[in-house]
Design a protein around this ligand. Structure first.
Ligand code: KG4
Ligand code: ZN
Length: 347
């Protein structure tokens, strides 16, 4: 079964064709990230306007590539709705939320229109569930159920028990900042740029993670909730103090990045493993942009005795292949006029 996935929940405009929820036949992404970098965070109106510009060319390019044309000149000629590619599609999957409403609307309305015109089934997909499915992509043997999923992105930090396709039960989530959001804010404070996660990861690779003892919020709490705003404030105060003493050198910024990253990773890994042990499941799945982090992956693998599944970093951050995969394994088409963007939809 070939599904065209469409993802426009934030600053990425992405489309992909995925076969049987695992094999990526074609994938294209445009990003308005450079337009937000200066502000140190996403500007929703700009993101939505860029989505409008990119959506048709990205879907077009994805379908043209789906013809598996390797010759660039032929590819160029193939731009335009290519009937043989469309004929091969069994369904369209689209992210309906959570996300920025202006961005979501662009993908949702495009998907609905195509589903109507092409008479193709349409499957609405929750963005968090899409992140959960990235480890199913490009893998011959899928992850084993039951499992605990840590979905950790710019907007969410969720622990979910997954008993099978369609069977998920939230265990806990962040009470304030998401882990990615905290990384983004501290990176901006330290002048490391945007997005903050990869910038902190890079700086941290040159730093000493034991240099600063930072709080590990809620690490020992009996719930599976998270809270990163206190940790963020602790780093802000420390950075300001060091700055006043003219001690915020490049080396100290690297140490602070490493200590901060370590604190977040320690909390994420400890609580995810605690959940898996308590519920007695042998598998952990990592999804979402922060799951691209190498230290997080390493630490989870080193500390968990069961299996840990994650995708390649480029499939952990926002993409459309994961949307198509989620739709394949939870195939519930609805009438096109019942599909709506829902900015604050829950799991
Ligand atoms: O899933 P995603 O692409 O978009 C949302 O759904 O939010 O996640 C973006 C988040 C950003 O906060 C970004 O800083 C973070 O993921 N991120 C990372 C890494 N790559 C992206 N955080 C830590 N390490 C990374 N390598
Ligand atoms: Zn995401």
């Amino acid at each position: 079964m070939k599904i065209l996935g469409i993802e426009t929940s934030c600053d990425e405009t992405a489309a992909a064709v995925v076969e049987d929820g695992a094999k990526i036949l074609s994938s294209s992404i445009a990003s308005s990230l450079p337009l937000h970098a200066k502000a140190g965070g996403i500007i929703p109106e700009i993101a939505a306007r860029e989505q409008v510009k990119a959506i048709i060319p990205i879907i077009d390019l994805t379908l043209a590539n789906n013809l598996q044309t390797t010759d660039y000149r032929q590819k160029k000629k193939a731009v335009g709705w290519h009937l043989s590619a469309i004929d091969q599609l069994d369904a369209i999957a689209v992210t309906v939320g959570p996300g920025l409403i202006g961005s979501l609307l662009v993908g949702v309305e495009a998907a609905k229109t195509l589903a109507y015109v092409w008479k193709t089934p349409i499957v609405p997909v929750n963005h968090l569930i899409a992140h959960l499915y990235s480890p199913w992509l490009e893998r011959s043997r899928p992850p084993d159920f039951p499992l605990v999923a840590l979905i950790v992105s710019g907007g969410h930090t969720e622990l979910v028990l997954v008993t099978g396709h369609g069977g998920w039960q939230p265990l806990g989530g962040t009470r304030d900042d998401a882990a990615g959001e905290a990384l983004d804010k501290i990176a901006r404070l330290l002048g490391l740029g945007y997005p903050g996660g990869p910038a902190i990861e890079k700086a941290a690779s040159l730093g000493d993670k034991t240099r600063f003892q930072l709080p590990r919020p809620l690490i020992n709490s009996p719930t599976f909730d998270f809270s990163f705003s206190g940790l963020k404030t602790a780093v802000v105060n420390l950075a300001n103090l060091l700055d006043r003493k003219s001690q915020l050198t490049e080396g100290i910024v690297a140490d602070l990045s490493a200590s901060f990253q370590e604190s977040i990773i320690d909390v994420l890994v400890t609580k995810t493993i605690k959940a898996a042990k308590k519920i007695k499941v042998g598998s952990i799945v990592l999804g979402g942009g922060v799951a691209a982090n190498k230290r997080l992956r390493e630490e989870m693998v080193a500390r968990f005795t069961g299996k840990v599944y994650f995708s390649s970093p480029k499939l952990a951050v926002d993409n459309a292949a994961m949307v198509a995969a989620a739709a394949f394994f939870n195939y519930q088409p609805v009438a096109w006029d019942k599909v709506n963007a829902q900015a604050a939809i829950l799991l």
